[in-house]
Design a protein around this ligand. Structure first.
Ligand code: SF4
Ligand code: SF4
Length: 467
């Protein structure tokens, strides 16, 4: 295996057994001693050396290049072992938030509906001692509502466009480390569904569960390893305010303590010889789960969060008085991972949105932005080809199944028996705004539901070839 991966020889960075894009040449001498590390061991190297090259979480470009090669990666602080030790220590309440992509992955693997998979997984996790299991479709609705408000504000203020979606940490990390100030001002400030869930749980809902935020251990189940890197960002740690707490003794709270992938959950089930299909289907925890009185799951369509679709509908309605019903028809451009949709009013194009998935397409749009030639208003940018359903942490295809067949199966499973509803109609979201946040883009919502990005020093990136 080559010590670096060159763009020219690959369609994209994400494939199994692909080496780190960070070349290892001369890297050992530079690697700093750090606590939390991604461990990269090339197959060639394991044959001759037991001394692995180490890349800190800060150096990793989050491209997912190594992540699909399970034996080469260790994120020890976020593992099923860590979850189990938290459960056995039993000094913290463990709460799990399940992503709809992981739910679809488990449902497809076991031949169940997403609702059945969710209920059975909830039953299994609770049998281990988990206190509650929630659904990040619910926090995603808050992220979408805030993204809609942000878009309309920026449009009315005639700010610079495009706005680039922020929910994919692989893309955000790449932008921070590779393009810095040329691109970061365009990225939406709204937190991803994972971090919005952490914010709601640790800042608000834990109180109603009778818990202090420092006594809650929050685990998310996600379609990729990049979400572990996102959870580890310092921007997503906050200090508890309260009586008697002074500077220096305020507890530091991490919004998400541990991220597990769909594949890691499957491993946990299999190592315990769980017959998933025979597990009991327990009632869902409704506090932060998109399930209605008839036990129907609901959420937006779009396997990567539906940002472009939701904001396009909202902006059409709010800015131009155009109500759009029915599915949106995105036009495929140079490949299936680059699609666009426009709105015309009186023969004039007023909105232009795009879905941009995979680094091949991302590099093209970044080039356009840097050259001042990008005329889109919003782009749903995702690092993985085909988006989040194809994340590097999803359950792998079964024997004889191609990756393409699996994606088609997941797209079917994703909305199987799930009602498509606007996030603005979500009663949980309405309740959170009424009782806590005020209104979309309020001072409070802006303060805690938005984040910032940082130009990262190109430490390891200096070694990247042809990035
Ligand atoms: S940059 Fe990070 S994610 Fe990409 S291959 Fe290297 S260690 Fe893995
Ligand atoms: S596209 Fe989705 S699954 Fe892939 S890295 Fe980004 S957030 Fe993760």
């Amino acid at each position: 295996m080559a010590s670096s991966v060159k763009l020219g020889s690959h369609n994209d960075y994400i494939s199994q057994s692909q080496g780190c894009v960070v070349t290892m040449k001369g890297f050992k001498k530079q690697a700093p001693a750090v606590d939390s590390q991604v461990r990269i061991v090339s197959k060639k190297e394991t044959a001759v050396s037991t001394d692995p090259v180490k890349v800190s979480l800060h150096d990793c470009l989050a491209c997912s290049g190594c992540i699909t090669t399970a034996e080469t990666v260790m994120l020890e602080q976020q593992s099923t072992g860590e979850l189990l030790s938290q459960l056995s220590a039993s000094n913290k309440a463990v709460v799990v938030s399940l992503s709809p992509q992981s739910r679809a992955s488990l449902a497809a693997y076991y031949g169940l509906t997403p609702l059945q998979a969710f209920k059975k997984l909830s039953g299994f996790l609770k049998s281990l001692g988990v206190k509650a299991v929630f659904d990040t479709s619910c926090s995603r609705d808050i992220s979408l509502v805030e993204s809609c408000a942000e878009f309309v504000e920026r449009f009315r203020e005639k700010k610079k466009f495009p706005i680039l979606a922020s929910s994919c940490p692989g893309w955000v990390c790449y932008a921070e480390k590779t393009h810095g100030d040329d691109v970061l001002p365009y990225i939406s400030a709204v937190k991803s569904p994972q971090q919005v869930m952490g914010t709601i749980l640790k800042r608000y809902v834990c109180k109603s569960l009778g818990l202090l935020p420092e006594d809650v251990y929050h685990v998310t189940i996600m379609p990729c390893y990049d979400k572990k890197l996102e959870a580890a960002r310092e921007d997503f740690i906050f200090e508890v305010e309260g009586e008697g707490l002074t500077e220096g003794n305020k507890p530091q709270i991490t919004e998400v303590d541990c991220v597990l992938t769909s594949g890691e959950i499957l491993d946990l089930l299999q190592t315990r010889n769980v017959v998933f299909g025979e597990l009991e289907e327990v009632p869902l925890d409704r506090v932060l789960t998109n399930v209605d009185e008839r036990e129907h799951l609901y959420g937006v369509s779009g396997g990567s969060g539906g940002y472009a679709e939701c904001i396009f509908r909202y902006a059409s309605r709010e800015l131009f008085g155009k109500e759009i019903s029915g599915p949106l028809q995105f036009k495929t451009l140079r490949n299936a991972d680059f699609r666009e949709i426009t709105l015309e009013v009186d023969g004039k194009q007023v909105l232009k949105f795009a879905l941009v998935y995979g680094f091949r397409n991302i590099q093209n749009i970044v080039r356009q932005i840097k050259a001042g030639r990008c005329d889109y208003h919003f782009m749903e940018v995702m690092a993985c080809p085909s988006g989040c359903l194809n994340g590097g942490g999803q359950i792998k295809p079964k024997k004889g199944q191609t990756a393409k067949e699996l994606i088609q199966q997941l797209e079917g499973a994703y909305l199987n028996d799930v009602d498509v509803r606007e996030p603005f109609e979500n009663e949980i979201v309405k309740g959170l705004y009424k009782e806590w946040l005020g209104y979309p883009s309020s001072e409070k919502a802006s303060q805690i539901m938005r984040t910032q990005y940082h130009v990262r020093e190109k430490t390891v990136a200096n070694f990247v070839s042809d990035w």
